[in-house]
Design a protein around this ligand. Structure first.
Ligand code: FAD
Ligand code: SF4
Length: 501
């Protein structure tokens, strides 16, 4: 029986899974573009364009190599499979393990054989084994830091034997600096990629009810261009990566972030080639250890860790809501209309680029959703629609676990809640804001500051038992204006719902 290799839109790489061993003279390829999925929600234009255009470019590349590619535009993924089976009964459909829970369930239901995936550096079964081993050794926790150190040794990255290069595993304390006062143009502007005929075709087909700015070439849609972005990052940006990783600036949307997540997530780039390129630049003396370590930690540490957690805790994980957060998604997330300058700036970045950086996601958007009590599933759905790099395996742990504490602290031991003081320290947003980050009551009080204290007060009994936030939880009950804070918090939430904050 001949073989048809099913390739998902986030597996666009010739060197992974079944495709790695495929032969154009023997194997065909099946790719399915689901019109139902495209029409299912109000996607950000750039997200949809990136996803679909990358798929069509990849199909064309495979054809160029001699493969017969069955690129089916159908109403649903399932229909595509059924149709293909009907028209090619002689060919067995096989696939590399998909990256999402639902896709794996679907393939199981329709009887498609899957092969182990090597798209990540750590197969999730190996991650679960590592967790079990630690438990077996008597450890109660399996922290990212412990996972990351063993990854460095196991993968031989930035180590001499079992010793970390530079003498330390972690240079995080050098990487938490507030934004510099000036020199905001020190971080090179990311290159733009030209939009070819395939890109234009996809743009012309975008549904009317999409959101955000039109694609203008910020996001590459081929492997060749993604490699160019990687080279640009390693040569020009990596030497600056780190010190201001957590900073947020009005006049610079990217700082020293790599902008590589979309390609890592859809397969145009693989994690090993990315960290190898970074390590080579370090070994050649072009990058300081603190910068390269900070970057490598994100890729072989955080990224692989959330991938492992997703598979260990699904399918229940995505539904968790430990803090009973029941506020419907407020209109500000969809219309961007607010006087909170930090929120407006972050939403502007998303509107312009379908992207915002980690601290904007965690400490502006996530922080607001956490302290206001927005429903985690509604918030996850919104983020999945508007971020160019969204994928369930990475969105769910980052939102449900890290940002919204909706897993009750399984992933992050403390809630990432803060008032305006942190945002003021790490950004220039507060200077241009209607609200006063120092006030927690009154009409001009910073909503973040009010909601922070109200959050600790509302969840006092839970957090007073958490050593990392117990002091703040206790302090909330000692506020002499607690009654006014509670009142102002009710008003803030009402204005959020009304869209008048
Ligand atoms: P850089 O700052 O240059 O970091 C390098 C790489 O490290 C990233 O490309 C990414 O692959 C990896 N990385 C860093 N932090 C994380 C993390 N916490 N989890 C997983 N990978 C990480 N990342 C996504 O790829 N898709 C998402 O849908 C996504 N949703 C998020 C939602 C929330 C609420 C939060 C707090 C974080 C989310 N992240 C997500 C993680 C992180 O914010 C992005 O990976 C990063 O901002 C992407 O930009 P970059 O490539 O310039 O990253
Ligand atoms: Fe954001 Fe508050 Fe600062 Fe305004 S004052 S920018 S709402 S943190």
């Amino acid at each position: 029986m001949s073989r048809t290799i099913l390739v998902f839109g986030d597996q666009l790489n010739r060197n992974i899974g079944v495709l790695a061993g495929a032969d154009p003279s023997r194997d065909a390829v099946l790719m399915i573009e689901s019109a139902g999925k495209i029409a299912s929600t109000r996607w950000h234009k750039q997200r949809l364009h990136f996803y679909v255009s990358s798929m069509r470019h990849f199909a064309k590349e495979l054809e160029g190599e001699g493969f017969t590619v069955h690129y089916r535009k159908v109403s649903s993924f399932r229909d595509g499979l059924v149709e293909h089976r009907r028209s090619h009964p002689e060919s067995e459909i096989v696939a590399t393990e998909p990256n999402s829970w639902n896709a794996r369930q679907l393939l199981r239901r329709v009887g498609v054989t899957t092969h182990r995936s090597d798209q990540f550096l750590t197969h999730h079964e190996d991650f679960s084994r590592w967790v079990d081993d630690r438990r077996g050794q008597g450890y109660k926790t399996f922290k990212m830091e412990d996972f990351y150190r063993q990854q460095r040794i196991r993968l031989g990255i930035l180590v001499d034997g079992e010793t970390p290069v530079g003498g330390r595993w972690n240079f995080d304390d050098e990487n938490r600096q507030p934004p510099p006062r000036d020199g905001h143009d020190r971080w090179p502007e990311p290159q733009r990629f030209s939009l070819d005929a395939i890109d234009q075709e996809v743009i012309a087909e975008l549904p009317d009810d999409t959101v955000g700015a039109d694609p203008t070439g910020t996001w590459a849609t081929t492997r060749e261009d993604a490699l160019e972005r990687l080279a640009f990052f390693v040569d020009r940006v990596l030497p600056l990566f780190g010190p201001h990783e957590d900073a947020m600036l009005t006049d610079n949307w990217h700082l020293a972030h790599s902008l590589l997540s979309p390609y890592l997530n859809n397969g145009l780039l693989l994690p090993r080639e990315v960290v190898d390129a970074a390590e080579r630049a370090f070994r050649a003396g072009n990058v300081a250890i603190a910068s390269v370590e900070g970057f490598v930690r994100q890729i072989i540490g955080w990224r692989e860790y959330v991938w492992g957690l997703y598979w260990m805790w699904m399918p229940g994980y995505r539904e968790e809501n430990a803090l009973d957060a029941d506020l419907d998604l407020p209109p500000v997330f969809t219309d961007g209309d607010t006087r909170m300058n930090c929120v407006a700036r972050t939403l502007r970045s998303i509107d312009d680029y379908s992207w915002a950086h980690h601290i904007q996601r965690l400490m502006i958007l996530g922080n607001l959703a956490l302290t206001a009590g927005i429903n985690p599933q509604q918030f996850t759905n919104w983020m999945s629609r508007v971020f160019v790099d969204a994928a369930e395996w990475v969105m769910v742990p980052n939102v449900v676990g890290m940002a919204l504490h909706a897993d009750g602290g399984r992933m992050a031991t403390k809630p990432y809640a803060s008032g305006g003081a942190y945002i003021d320290k790490m950004s220039d947003y507060c200077k241009g804001c209607t609200y006063n980050r120092k006030l927690r009551t009154g009409d001009t009080a910073c909503p973040f500051t009010t909601l922070y204290w109200d959050f600790l007060d509302r969840h006092h009994d839970r957090f007073v038992r958490n050593a990392r936030v117990a002091t703040q939880a206790r302090a909330s009950r000692k506020l002499d204006d607690l009654a006014e804070v509670r009142e102002r918090a009710i008003e803030v939430r009402r204005k959020l719902i009304d869209g008048t904050l």
